[in-house]
Design a binder for this molecule. Structure first.
Ligand code: NAD
Length: 326
């Protein structure tokens, strides 16, 4: 029995899906559409180009388009035009309103999408909107999957991202073929929206862990401990976490992390506040208690209004240091 409740071999929808899968894999180097050439999207599109996929791209910023055009991508004016020319499209946009605009806006993908097109959204957005986009895409005969990422700009450049994929399992292989050119790990999570769910859960824990590490380090320093020594002790003890051993928020403790560079680069406080807002919405909708996630959301929001919006989220350490004198 198939998902359309027909005996599998007699369901025309399933047979259509199978032949689309086959034709996509046979034509593996046909053009791939890419929409959103920002900090993450630009290196991701470059990695697809490196793997021999012709790219048809668009972005609101002409400078971002020019950079990709110079290395061989074809640039067009709107998401709709990308959809006219490519039957596999990846979107990497800031947040939910941008995704709605790019998919359902007047010049959006869904106005021009071809039947059988595979749409992969790697932006971090509300899982409920991913589900809405999947329904809207299905109405046009296309398939939508959510595939948000963990790993920052460095991982995007080195094709070391981790993708968490939600959507129809039969389409996963076709998505995987492209995602493995941009990432080291590709994990199938379940139905559409579950990739976003996994991403939101990870970032909520990351935010809580970073605030915990920052306040712990600050307390230790005030108690007279050397920050490098305290870090060494935490990292050999049960307090160890990614924020203490890989991405320490205290300037001078580690090299090559944003705290060593005045919190420039990395993962912006605005984006972290956005992801925590998504966690808060989903928790409210499912009546799930997230006391520490909610508090983390408020802390990063306050930071955004106090000049930290464009700094890396580990600047919560600096924020706490500045708060203490008040
Ligand atoms: P970004 O702001 O650098 O890039 C987004 C791009 O989308 C911009 O170039 C913008 O011009 C373009 N865009 C917006 N609306 C558009 C439209 N209507 N049409 C065409 N282009 C449009 O953002 P980013 O840092 O690349 O992040 C993208 C997504 O990845 C976000 O959802 C973010 O949460 C997620 N993410 C980011 C990181 C990171 O370290 N930066 C890590 C993991 C996940």
């Amino acid at each position: 029995m198939c998902v359309h409740t027909h005996t599998f071999w007699h369901c025309s929808l399933c047979l259509d899906t199978m032949s689309l899968c086959l034709s996509r894999s046979m034509a593996s180097k046909t053009p791939v559409g890419f929409i959103g050439l920002g900090n993450m999207g630009s290196p991701m599109a470059k990695n697809l180009l490196k793997n021999g996929y012709p790219i048809i791209a668009t972005d609101l910023f002409p400078e971002s388009c020019k950079e990709l055009q110079d290395i061989g991508a074809q640039v067009v004016d709107s998401p709709g035009e990308v959809a006219e020319r490519a039957d596999r499209i990846i979107t990497m946009l800031p947040s939910t309103p941008n995704v709605l605009e790019v998919y359902t806006g007047p010049n959006g993908i869904l106005k021009k999408v071809k039947k059988g097109t595979l749409l992969i959204d790697s932006s971090t957005i509300d899982p409920a909107v991913s589900k809405e986009m999947a329904v809207a895409a299905e109405k046009m005969g296309a398939v939508f999957m959510d595939a948000p990422v963990t790993g920052g700009v460095g991982a995007a450049s080195l094709a070391k991202l981790s993708f968490m994929v939600g959507g129809v399992e039969e389409e996963y292989q076709a998505a995987q073929e492209l995602l493995t050119c941009m990432g080291a790990n590709v994990v199938y999570c379940g139905q559409v929206g579950t990739g976003q769910a996994a991403k939101i859960c990870n970032n909520m824990l990351l935010a809580i862990g970073m605030i915990g590490t920052a306040e712990t380090m600050n307390l230790g320093i005030r108690l007279g401990l050397d920050p490098k020594l305290l870090t060494k002790i935490l990292n050999m003890s049960s307090g160890r976490c990614w924020s203490s051993d890989t991405y320490n928020p205290v300037p001078g403790v580690m090299e090559g992390v944003p705290s060593a560079n005045n919190y420039q680069g990395g993962f912006g406080t605005t984006l972290m506040a956005k992801d925590l807002g998504l966690a808060q919405n989903t928790a409210t909708n499912t009546k799930t208690p997230i006391p520490l996630g909610s508090l983390a959301h408020q802390i990063f929001r306050v930071m955004c209004s106090r000049g930290y919006a464009n700094k890396d989220f580990s600047s919560v350490f600096q924020f706490l240091r500045e708060e203490e004198g008040q």
